[in-house]
Unconditional design. Sequence first.
Length: 69
Amino acid sequence: MKVIVDQNKCVASGQCVLSAPEVFDQREEDGIVVLLTETPPEHLADDVRQATALCPARVIWVEEQEQKE
């Protein structure tokens, strides 16, 4: 899983931080999303997908990557 955010379109709602605080944060000065890790561990995948779904500005994308065996 690779996470991509568009800070330029973020509306600072904070839903991503509430859903996946290990992956997302917000800048103190304006609340804009900050991506803490571009490739979060698999156990956080559902939280990241929820953050993506809840984002009102739709500025979070997830690229699913194939599992290595």
